[in-house]
Design a protein around this ligand. Structure first.
Ligand SMILES: C[S@@+](CC[C@H](N)C(=O)[O-])C[C@H]1O[C@@H](n2cnc3c(N)ncnc32)[C@H](O)[C@@H]1O
Length: 204
């Protein structure tokens, strides 16, 4: 029931507000994305565009397979961002090698192994030399509380993995992968994993 109503953009936002997602997004932006004004940012699985207010000044392109989320994103932020309705497996890049940062926020745990691999390949192609892919997802870790594990297991995503499960995909494509696990970012018991993957700077 909760899973299906979360597909409604306004319900998704309200549920997020109730569990502390706005404060969480501020941390995600300031500690992990660290956006700079005028940077080009690609958001894969952008949902209703919820990260746009936390990436002030950036040139933002988001894509997502959900037509209702993309319609909501365009309605809210269409004057300052570009949104495309597309699946990860089908997405062709508008501008290869042109993005400073690629964001994949809460999408990898929705993707099977083939699409997760595709996401990392897409991100590497989209990034400038030295650009970064930043991902966040829920995860199973041995030290999390039973309640956190249960809440994570209720997620709509059918591919929640342990940290190494996510990082293994990243390391097939990126040499420089940092992993961070946090348990303190929502008002409910929950476990997040962040990956920061840096594209190599080509030597001339
Ligand atoms: C939990 S939501 C996260 C939305 C947004 N990134 C956020 O942080 O609020 C997961 C999103 O991934 C999208 N998604 C799932 N599978 C996808 C796929 N194969 N291609 C593109 N988008 C996908 C869903 O439509 C949904 O908007």
């Amino acid at each position: 029931m909760l899973r299906s109503v979360l597909a409604i953009p306004d319900v998704y936002e309200l549920f997020g507000q109730a569990i502390g997602v706005p404060a969480f997004r501020r941390v995600f932006s300031s500690e992990y994305i660290r956006p700079k004004r005028t940077e080009r940012i690609l958001d894969i699985g952008c949902g209703p565009g919820s990260m746009v207010p936390y990436l002030e000044g950036a040139e933002y392109v988001g894509f997502d397979m959900s037509a209702s989320y993309i319609a909501a994103a365009r309605k809210r932020f269409g004057d300052r961002a570009t949104f495309v309705c597309e699946r990860v497996s089908k997405q062709t890049l508008d501008a290869p090698g042109a993005y400073d940062v690629v964001v994949a926020s809460a999408i990898l745990h929705h993707l099977d192994d083939a699409e997760a691999t595709k996401l990392f390949e897409l991100a590497a192609q989209a990034l400038k030399p030295g650009g970064r892919l930043v991902t966040l997802d829920c995860a199973y870790v041995p030290e999390q509380t039973k309640l956190a594990r249960w809440i994570v297991s209720m997620d709509r995503g059918q591919h929640v993995r342990p940290p190494d499960g996510y990082a293994a995909f990243a390391r097939r494509v990126f040499r420089d992968v940092k992993v961070d696990v946090r348990h303190d970012l929502l008002r409910i018991p929950y476990t997040h994993i962040f990956l920061e993957c840096t594209n190599p700077i080509e030597s001339s």
